[in-house]
Design a protein around this ligand. Structure first.
Ligand code: PLP
Length: 423
């Protein structure tokens, strides 16, 4: 493509965002430079001018297999060429295969799945299922949680900034501190149907609970007769080194939600999966919850190819190995930039770098981009940059990414020193 045509596309895209998408976004995008996303493969994204960026954000946490993994692309193309969507008059092999595979790779006796397109929708479905199965409206969730931005998922989420403008939200939700099992026990009353929790709070800034938290939560839910919903939208599909992060704690949720990586970074796909006793009323009336395009064959084909690829390419141990390497490198950066970085933490390839304040986190993310590194801050805790690269990332790419991050940190240090020494 000639340079004039490239410029035209960039200018038109910015103009149309300003006029038809959201002018607020244009300001943010301009911080990163005058260019547009154009193509991607593996852990590399290219802008329209061919400049390469290493993807340390993973979407966030969407690109488990990197961008355009050939096995997922091929599975989707084959399905699209035969029958991408569904008339919903007969069973669909791709949906059946994906449900059976999910039953195989989710812990314990989790078995029946409903497919949708996003994490929010998966959590909406889980909340409805919990109310349906228990006949009780109350859902307890955790402070700082992120479960999505549709009304039910937002009601379970725990950041006021996103909740306040949309009040009144769905009634029946309350929040307890994350990582505190006693607080959960105290909050349960006779109207409580379920507790909803992330195994690691991703958007709250990669917050890990104490090791005994989920086992205690499981025990409390069993003893008090409420359901346990585990949101694995961000932590699932191998990101933390197990297919689902709740496996580290050895527990089986009653309902487990997935999305993001489930579609292999190629198709939008979400799911909620439940144990048989929770599913009974869905069996009695299969149309109580439905979605026109949910379970479409193209997305389900992507899901099947994604799970098979994670297993066959041994990506679970790889997430642990590459995660440990990256964590060690980030800790080294913390030592070198102790005045900027307060903490580094995470599991597998879900890592967080906590800065002294959100301005520093924003500057580091903003300056990493022109240096060829994509990393975002977390939605519910903007002091933390979340690092969630694809599981297929190589040792060399990790070294390159750390080097670019180091460069951005040096730039920020220099600027802060200039500001401090200016009269
Ligand atoms: N649940 C968790 C744990 C998430 O991290 C997210 C998104 O970041 C969601 C739910 C919402 O997913 P989506 O943006 O696909 O609706």
């Amino acid at each position: 493509m000639d340079p004039a045509e490239r410029r035209r596309i960039v200018e038109e895209t910015f103009r149309k965002y300003g006029e038809f998408v959201n002018p607020g976004l244009v300001l943010l995008f301009r911080l990163g430079g005058e260019t547009v996303e154009w193509e991607a493969e593996g852990a590399i994204v290219r802008d329209i001018d061919g400049k390469e960026y290493l993807d340390f954000s993973g979407g966030p946490a969407v690109f488990i297999l990197g961008h355009r993994h050939p096995r997922v692309v091929q599975a989707v193309i084959e399905q699209i060429q035969r029958m991408p969507a569904s008339v919903r008059a007969m069973p669909r092999p791709a949906e059946a295969d994906l449900a059976a595979l999910l039953a195989e790779v989710t812990p314990g006796d989790l078995r029946f799945s409903f497919f949708c397109h996003s994490g929010s929708e998966a959590n909406e479905g889980a909340i409805k299922l919990a109310r349906l199965a228990t006949g009780k409206p109350g859902i307890i969730a955790t402070e700082g949680a992120f479960h999505g931005k549709t009304m039910g998922a937002l009601s379970a989420s725990g950041r006021d900034k996103y909740r306040q403008p949309f009040q009144p939200l769905v009634p029946g939700f309350k929040h307890v501190p994350f990582g505190d099992a006693d607080a959960l026990a105290r909050a349960i009353d006779d109207r409580t149907g379920a507790f909803m929790v992330e195994p690691i709070q991703g958007e709250a800034g990669v917050r890990l609970p104490p090791d005994d938290y989920l086992p205690q939560v499981r025990e409390i839910c069993d003893r008090r007769g409420i359901l346990l919903i585990v949101d694995e939208v961000q932590t699932g599909m191998g990101r933390t080194g197990r297919m689902f992060a709740c496996e580290h704690a050895g527990i089986v949720p009653d309902i487990l939600t997935t999305a993001k990586g489930l579609g292999g970074g190629v198709m939008p796909l979400g799911a909620f999966t439940a144990r048989p006793h929770v599913w009974e009323k869905m069996t009695a009336d299969p149309f109580l919850h439905s979605s026109t395009m949910g379970g479409n064959q193209a997305a389900c084909a992507a899901g099947v190819a994604t799970i098979r690829t994670i297993l066959e390419e041994n990506l679970l141990p790889r997430a642990t190995e590459m995660g440990n390497l990256l964590l060690a490198g980030l800790r080294e950066l913390q030592r070198r930039h102790a005045s900027l970085i307060r903490d580094v933490r995470g599991k597998g390839l879900l890592l967080g770098v906590e800065f002294e304040n959100s301005d520093i986190a924003l500057m580091v993310a903003g300056w990493a981009l022109p240096r060829g590194l994509i990393a975002y801050f977390s939605l519910n805790n903007p002091t933390v940059l979340r690092i969630a690269p694809p599981l297929i990332i190589t040792r060399e790419q990790i070294a390159t990414g750390l080097d670019r991050l180091d460069g951005a940190l040096n730039d920020v240090t220099q600027l802060l020193q200039e500001v401090e020494s200016s009269p």
